[in-house]
Ligand binder design. Structure first.
Ligand code: GCU
Length: 363
């Protein structure tokens, strides 16, 4: 079956149709559609993303001017956010290559607070000329149903509405706060900032980047269910399973409607399409059947029609589902699948950096 028919066989809701029933025909229409999609995804899946804090303060905890053999400046920062009377803090590590005036940068959400880390080959990234602002999601608010930890009590009170933000929305909010800080730095090229995460944090990167247009590049690595994979017809993890094991990642309505989500009028290509006309990058791993590479590829292909409304080529593919080690980088969306298992590998980082560099040079 060709890609178009494979997508059709999933019976996904129409991306290019407004709620009033009129077809989306151009970029101006899609800007209206985006607003509808943002509302839908917040109400139905992730919960309402909170507004900016009333106040934010960034303080320096320590500094290393000879990080990575002296090639970069490292600053360990503490972000303190205030909402009304409530306050919370979380650490962020800033690593900026030396001697460059305008660096592209990654806002990277990680499973560990370390830099370097198995998922963060910081020296290789610095050598490629990128700055990295990283934080550990668990230090923002715990990866659990405990809504008393970290920033969670700022946004989720005891009576929980069906659209209350889940943890993914809160981590995405933290990535936006890091971007607020990045915007104050002279050394960063603000037209070339990426938001990136792996797995549950890949889902988070899609949400942060979909809602915050300051991120030029939105990178999802192996994000799977409720991330870059279509939910309808998906193999491996399903909406029923993810909402049973990790209900606190989402708003209560997603959990309540898990068995009937197909009647609710959304699928994950809506989330990916919010990045249009910016740059979307989706990475899969051949053996990551829980995430389901085929559903990630089809979702990326399905989202492409929104990008094309802006005169953007979207994902360029050969009309077949890519298998082991394929890089689809001809168009304005990157999709790649590498050999191996669920992981954020150096190979993934290299693909993303290569593609950003190519996009920067093509301007
Ligand atoms: C679990 C979960 C996935 C998630 C992954 C991760 O496997 O089922 O949805 O992506 O954890 O974040 O590592």
């Amino acid at each position: 079956m060709n890609v178009e028919n494979l997508i059709k066989s999933r019976n996904i809701p129409e991306l290019l149709r407004l709620n009033c029933g009129r077809a989306v025909e151009n970029a101006a229409d899609f800007e209206i559609r985006k607003k509808e999609i943002k509302k839908l995804l917040q109400e139905e899946i992730y919960g309402v993303i909170p507004k900016k804090p009333d106040h934010m303060q960034v303080s320096l905890a320590s500094e290393n001017p000879v990080f990575c053999a002296g090639k970069a400046d490292r600053k360990d920062l503490i972000f303190t956010v205030t909402v009304g009377e409530a306050e919370a803090s979380f650490p962020v590590i800033s690593v900026i290559p030396k001697g460059k005036t305008s660096c592209p940068a990654f806002v990277f959400m990680n499973f560990s607070p370390d830099s370097p880390d198995k998922y963060l080959p910081i020296e290789e990234i610095v050598d490629s000329g990128f700055a990295v602002f990283s934080f550990c999601h668990k230090e923002v608010t715990s990866d659990s149903g405990d809504f008393k930890h970290g920033i969670a009590p700022l946004f989720r009170k005891s009576r929980t509405p069906l659209n209350a933000p889940g943890k993914i929305a809160m981590w995405a909010w933290a990535a936006m706060r890091v971007m607020d800080y990045v915007e104050t730095l002279d050394s960063i090229d603000l037209d070339n900032v990426a938001v990136v995460g792996h797995s549950r944090l890949g889902k988070t990167a899609l949400l942060a980047g979909g809602f915050d247009e300051r991120f030029k590049y939105v990178i999802s690595n192996d994000s799977g269910c409720s991330g870059a994979a279509l939910s309808r017809g998906k193999q491996g993890e399903s909406v029923a399973v993810i909402t049973n094991v990790f209900p606190y990642w989402f708003c209560p309505r997603y959990v309540a409607n898990a068995a009937t989500y197909e009647e609710r009028g959304y699928d994950q290509h809506f989330l990916l399409a919010l990045t249009a006309p910016r740059v979307l990058m989706v990475g899969s791993a051949e053996e990551d059947l829980w995430a389901d590479p085929e559903s990630e590829f089809l979702c990326t292909a399905a989202a492409s029609e929104a990008f094309r409304l802006y005169g953007n080529r979207g994902l360029v593919h050969n009309d077949e589902v890519p298998t082991a080690k394929s890089v689809l980088d001809e168009g304005d969306i990157l999709y790649h699948v590498r050999r191996g298992t669920h992981y954020m590998s150096r190979e993934d980082w290299q693909e993303y950096m290569k593609y950003i560099t190519k996009m920067m040079e093509s301007k």
